[in-house]
Ligand binder design. Structure first.
Ligand code: BES
Ligand code: MN
Ligand code: ZN
Length: 498
C-alpha cells in the first residue's frame, strides 16, 4: 500500500471513497447536494464502534463513496477505536477502488495522539489486506485493488504524518515478511530457507548477514542446539543479521528468535492431531526477522543484531533420547528429559552466543510452551525479564501498537523445578507453571545481560478456520525499536537503569 498525506478541508478532496465519521459524511453529502440521500441511507445505521455504512454519491461528485465508520465521532477508548478501524478496513477491503481517503484525525480517543490514531488505523488496514496465496493454483482470493491511501491531517502535523507513513510502510513490510515465513509449509521453510530469506536483507545498506553451520556450532560447544538439530536431515543454522544504523560506539539491541521449522517433538513424539501447526514453531524467528526488516526499511538510527536459532526437531536414529545429557556453550550441562522441550535447548546456546555482541539489551521471542496458551490465551504474549523496567518498556510498546503483552513472574522460587539428579539442570520443570519454568531455564543463560523473554505460543499464529501466522509480536518489537531510536537522538532524556 502507498500512503500519502493531504492537509486541508476534506470536502475539497477528490476520491473514490472516503473513510470518515458520520458527522463528516453528512457535511460531504450536504456539499454534494445529497443530504436527503444520506439521511435515507442512515436510517438503519447504528453509530457505534464495529458498524460501517457505505453510501454511493451519484455523479458528478468529488467523492464517490462515503464509508461511514460507526462511533468515530464519539468519545472512544483505544480498544473501541481499534474496533472502528478494523471494521472500516474490512469494509474497505471488498471495494473495487484504487484510492481512498482515510480520516481519523478528528477522532477523540482517550490517551491517544494523532500519531497513535494514524499508525493504528494503518496497521488495521495492513492486517486486513494481507493474503498468502502462493501455493494455491485455483480460486486464489482476489487481492484488493486498493493501492493508495491518503491520510488527512492539519498542516502543522504534516511532517509528523510523513514520518509516520514511512514507518507504517516499514512495519507493513516487516509484518508481511514474518507472516509469509510463518505460513510457508515446513517442506519449504527449513533452516536453509530461513538463511536464504535473511540473506535478502543484506541488499540494504549497513546490513551484514552470516550464519554458523553445524560444524562451526559443534566447535563452539553448542551441544544443546546440536542435540535438537542432529535428528534432522536438514542442517541447522544459527543465522546472524547485523544492522549498524547507529553510532559505532553504541551497544546493539540483540533480538533472538526460536526457529524450529517443524517440531514433531522428536523421540518424545507429539500426538498426530493438529501437528501441522508445528510449522509455526519458527514464528519467534519470523518475528525477529520481521522486526529487523522493518527497522532496516525505516532506516532507524540504531545498532541491531538479530540471531535466529534455526533447526528441525525430528525423530530419527540420530535424534537425542530422553535421558541424554548435553553440554551447552555456557559450560552448564542439561539432562534432556523430554525431547519436545527443544526450544529452550536451541535458545540457550543462541543466548550464550549473543554475549559476543556485548548487547545493551537482549530479547528472545519463542513459541516456547503450550502452557502459556493456558495462562494467557491468544490475547497477550508473555514477557519475562531479569529487569522489571525493561519488561515495562516492552509492555508499553505492546500497548502502543495494540500488540499486547503481560509480565509473568521469573521468581527464583520456581528454579528448583528444573533440578536433575544427573546434570546441572533438566530441560523440563514438571506439570506446574510450564511457561515460567521454561523462562527460568533461559534465565540461567542470561544472568550478565539485561534480558527479556517473550513466549508467543498463543499469539504468533491462529489455528482452526483462520489458521495462519499473525506476525505478532512484530508490532511490539518495531515500536520498541523506534522508541530506542528516539532515545538515542535525545541522550539527555535517557532513563537511568534501575
Ligand atoms: N513448540 C512447542 C510449544 C507450542 C505448543 C507452541 C503449542 C505452539 C503451540 C514446544 O516446543 C513444546 O513442545 N513444548 C512442550 C514443553 C513440555 C515438553 C515441557 C509443551 O508445551 O508441551
Ligand atoms: Mn516441542
Ligand atoms: Zn517447539
Amino acid at each position: 500500500m502507498k500512503y500519502s498525506i493531504k492537509t486541508g478541508a476534506v470536502t475539497e478532496l477528490n476520491s473514490d471513497a472516503i473513510v470518515c465519521d458520520a458527522t463528516t459524511a453528512s457535511k460531504i453529502a450536504k456539499q454534494a447536494d445529497q443530504a436527503d440521500l444520506y439521511a435515507a441511507a442512515l436510517a438503519d445505521f447504528k453509530n457505534k464502534p464495529g458498524q460501517t455504512l457505505l453510501v454511493h454519491l451519484p455523479e458528478p461528485t468529488k467523492i464517490n463513496r462515503l464509508l461511514v465508520v460507526g462511533g468515530l465521532d464519539t468519545n472512544l477508548s483505544k480498544t473501541e477505536f481499534r474496533n472502528c478501524v478494523q471494521a472500516a478496513a474490512t469494509r474497505l477491503h471488498g471495494l473495487p477502488i484504487m484510492q481512498a481517503i482515510w480520516t481519523c484525525h478528528q477522532a477523540k480517543v482517550k490517551g491517544a495522539d494523532l500519531a497513535w490514531k494514524c499508525s493504528n488505523a494503518l496497521a488495521a488496514v495492513a492486517q486486513k489486506f494481507y493474503t498468502f496465496g502462493e501455493h494455491k493454483t485455483k480460486s486464489v482470493p482476489k487481492p484488493s485493488t486498493l493501492a493508495n491511501l491518503v491520510l488527512v491531517g492539519d498542516a502543522r502535523s504534516r511532517s509528523a504524518l510523513m514520518q509516520l507513513a514511512k514507518r507504517a510502510v516499514a512495519l507493513e513490510e516487516g509484518l508481511q515478511f514474518a507472516r509469509d515465513l510463518g505460513n510457508q509449509p515446513p517442506n519449504v521453510c527449513h533452516p536453509t530457507y530461513l538463511h536464504a530469506e535473511a540473506k535478502r536483507l543484506a541488499s540494504a545498506a549497513k546490513v551484514k548477514v552470516s550464519a554458523l553451520d553445524e560444524k562451526r556450532m559443534t566447535s563452539l560447544g553448542m551441544g544443546a542446539f546440536m542435540s535438537v538439530s542432529q535428528g534432522s536431515d536438514q542442517p541447522g543454522k544459527m543465522i546472524i543479521i547485523e544492522y549498524n544504523g547507529g553510532p559505532a560506539s553504541k551497544k546493539p539491541v540483540v533480538l533472538v528468535g526460536k526457529g524450529i521449522t517443524f517440531d514433531t517433538g522428536g523421540i518424545s513424539l507429539k500426538p498426530g492431531a493438529g501437528m501441522d501447526e508445528m510449522k509455526f514453531d519458527m514464528c519467534g524467528a519470523a518475528s525477529v526477522l520481521g522486526a529487523t526488516k522493518a527497522a532496516i526499511e525505516a532506516k532507524l538510527p540504531i545498532n541491531l543484531v538479530c540471531i535466529v536459532a534455526a533447526a528441525e526437531n525430528m525423530p530419527s536414529g540420530d535424534a537425542s533420547r530422553p535421558g541424554d545429557i548435553v553440554t551447552t556453550m555456557s559450560g552448564q550441562t542439561v539432562e534432556i528429559l523430554n525431547t519436545d522441550a527443544e526450544g529452550r535447548l536451541v535458545l540457550c546456546d543462541a543466548l550464550t552466543y549473543a554475549k559476543k555482541f556485548d548487547p545493551e539489551v537482549v530479547v528472545d521471542v519463542a513459541t516456547l510452551t503450550g502452557a502459556v496458551i493456558v495462562a494467557l490465551g491468544s490475547k497477550a504474549s508473555a514477557v519475562y525479564s531479569n529487569d522489571d523496567r525493561f519488561a515495562s518498556e516492552l509492555i508499553e510498546a505492546g500497548e502502543y501498537s495494540g500488540d499486547r503483552a503481560w509480565q509473568m513472574p521469573l521468581w527464583d522460587e520456581y528454579q528448583p523445578q528444573l533440578k536433575s539428579n544427573f546434570a546441572d539442570m533438566a530441560n523440563i520443570g514438571g506439570r506446574e507453571a510450564g511457561s515460567i519454568t521454561a523462562a527460568c531455564f533461559l534465565a540461567r543463560y542470561t544472568e550478565e545481560m539485561t534480558w527479556a523473554h517473550m513466549d508467543v505460543a498463543g499469539t504468533a499464529f491462529k489455528g482452526g478456520g483462520a489458521k495462519g501466522a499473525t506476525g505478532r509480536p512484530v508490532g511490539l518489537l518495531f515500536r520498541f525499536l523506534c522508541e530506542r531510536a528516539a532515545r538515542k537522538a535525545a541522550p539527555k532524556r535517557r532513563a537511568k537503569k534501575a
